[in-house]
Design a protein around this ligand. Structure first.
Ligand code: FAD
Ligand code: MLT
Ligand code: ZN
Length: 471
């Protein structure tokens, strides 16, 4: 657990009283554990993040069911100066979803209703606490799909996804949450309900305020409802797993995949060999993909609607890259079981790294020409002090640099080997210190590596105008 000892609680914020709890009970219509949690053991899971890296000390979780209840809770907290942290599925990787001190946790878990779906426009409207996988199953049954997919789909909420502007493995094909969210209803700090929940594709009437909430990580308001445009679910899916010798081959394969696969290309992910080793060590059903081990692996997914045409396109592409000696080995999966085996190698990297010990995670956008260099630089710098791995959404220029110290705990001393170096390096490359995970608690002091002073000043002005009772 990362120590919070270097930051101080702001004593302008009040401390929770029994009278406050009574007031919340009245708003929620009772105090059973489906509406609020005060039991110490039950609070544990809400106070601690997914990585077990950050831990707060809240004594109250509120679980509203309606926007009106959220509004009443926020309005009361604003008047009483009670600090609050919104929490979705608590799968965030930057320490934004848990309290730092004794903030009240506002869990959106009970706001999980899907309200409407239009099969002509593909627009679905739901409450923000809908679990991504549940929404996916609902849409699949109607022949549609969520334009977003990530390894945490079984727990993360669609509201959490919007609040973090989550990227994931389909961004290459469908674009970000900014492209696909048509409307948002959010409750501001003073309890005002902001109805920006349009279902229109086009609406140029002034500032597009919903975008303020996308990627704002709960700092500007609590997202309560969301409308997303969803595409028809592809009927023909193929996945190729390739083994490569160096990163330059991956770059060449990416150029060709974009040209030759075009509109059916739906994912282009890479992982280096140490990632595969972690997965094989920690996932009992994962299998070594090829007879020989290789330094790099690429997972390419195509999704379309014409089985034969898609297969022909993919086969021609695979023949081309093989004839040009860009791959050491390759395998194609066309049935669900083999496809999920390949995806398992990629999607369980995070969990497997987490099982081994403390992991220092960096989620960077970097130019493709120097994309993998930071992994090599860090290996050279840390030598046998850590295992340095690289994987991620190479098709989107997003590297996940993970520095793992097996069987050890998070240590400030070890961190000084990595930070600020990694952030300085990324800044020099004109990259981003947070490609898709957000800022959270982890990177609040690091924003300047990717944003100009004028941008940070404008962000502060926006925050202050929407929530003046700020730390
Ligand atoms: P939480 O973790 O609960 O919260 C995240 C932040 O959003 C917090 O700051 C919280 O205060 C705020 N928040 C949550 N809900 C609301 C709301 N309704 N209104 C206002 N603010 C809110 N991320 C990616 O981008 N791409 C990936 O591929 C990816 N893969 C992952 C794989 C694994 C195995 C894991 C554990 C995580 C992964 N993540 C990934 C990170 C994480 O899943 C995403 O950031 C996700 O969007 C968080 O959603 P959540 O509901 O869990 O939000
Ligand atoms: C992923 O792409 O798997 C996620 O962003 C999680 C991670 O970075 O560990
Ligand atoms: Zn990712």
């Amino acid at each position: 657990v990362v120590s919070m000892s270097n930051i101080k609680r702001n004593d302008e914020f009040s401390t929770l009283t029994n009278q406050d709890i009574k007031h919340f009970k009245d708003i929620l219509g009772g105090d059973d554990s489906s509406r609020m949690i005060t039991d110490k053991d039950e609070l544990e899971g809400f106070n601690q993040d997914w990585m077990k890296k950050y831990k707060g000390n809240s004594s109250l979780v509120l679980k509203p069911k309606t926007t009106d209840q959220v509004s009443k809770i926020l309005s009361y907290c604003n008047q009483k100066k009670l600090a609050i942290v919104p929490q979705g599925g608590n799968t965030g990787l930057v320490g934004g979803s848990v309290p730092l001190f004794d903030e009240i946790i506002l869990s959106l878990t009970n706001m999980n209703q899907i309200e409407s779906f239009d099969d002509v426009t593909g627009v679905v409207t739901c409450q923000s606490g809908c679990v991504l996988e549940t929404l996916e199953s609902y849409l699949n049954a109607k022949g549609f799909t969520v334009p977003l997919d990530l390894g945490a789909k079984g727990s993360c909420h669609i509201g959490g996804n919007a609040a973090t502007n989550a990227g994931g493995i389909r961004l290459l094909r469908y674009g970000s949450m900014h492209s696909n969210v048509l409307g948002i209803e959010a409750v501001l700090a003073d309890g005002t309900i902001m109805d920006c929940n349009s279902t229109l594709r086009k609406d140029n009437t002034g500032y597009d305020l919903k975008h303020l909430f996308i990627g704002s990580e709960g700092t500007l308001g609590v997202i309560t409802k969301i409308s997303i445009i969803t595409p028809p679910k592809p009927t023909s899916v193929n996945v190729a797993l390739l083994a490569c010798n160096d990163f330059n081959q991956i770059k060449q394969i990416l150029i060709k995949a974009k040209k030759q696969l075009g509109d059916i290309l739906s994912a282009f992910e890479f992982m280096d060999r140490p990632c595969i080793d972690y997965v094989l060590d920690h996932q009992s059903t994962a299998k070594e993909p090829f007879d020989k081990k290789s330094p790099f692996y690429v997972l390419i997914e195509t999704s379309g609607f014409h089985e034969q045409h898609d297969a022909e396109k993919l086969n021609a592409f695979l023949e081309n890259i093989m004839s040009e000696d860009l791959v050491l080995d390759g395998s194609l999966a066309t049935d669900t079981k083999n496809i999920s085996q390949f995806w398992k190698l990629r999607e369980t990297i995070t969990e497997s790294l987490g099982k081994a010990g403390a992991v220092y995670k960096y989620d960077l956008s970097l130019p493709i020409d120097t994309f993998y260099s930071i992994v090599e630089v860090m290996r050279e710098k840390l030598k046998d002090k850590a295992v340095v791995t690289g994987f991620g959404h190479v098709g989107d220029g997003n590297l996940h640099l993970n520095i793992s110290t097996p069987k050890q705990k998070y240590s400030k001393e070890f961190l000084s080997n990595i930070e600020p170096f990694v952030y300085e390096y990324t800044s020099q490359q004109k990259g981003s210190i947070s490609a898709e995970h957000g800022i959270g608690y982890m990177k609040t002091g690091q924003l300047h590596f990717s944003k100009s002073p004028a941008s940070i000043q404008l962000m502060k002005l926006i925050k202050n105008s929407m929530d003046p009772n700020v730390l």
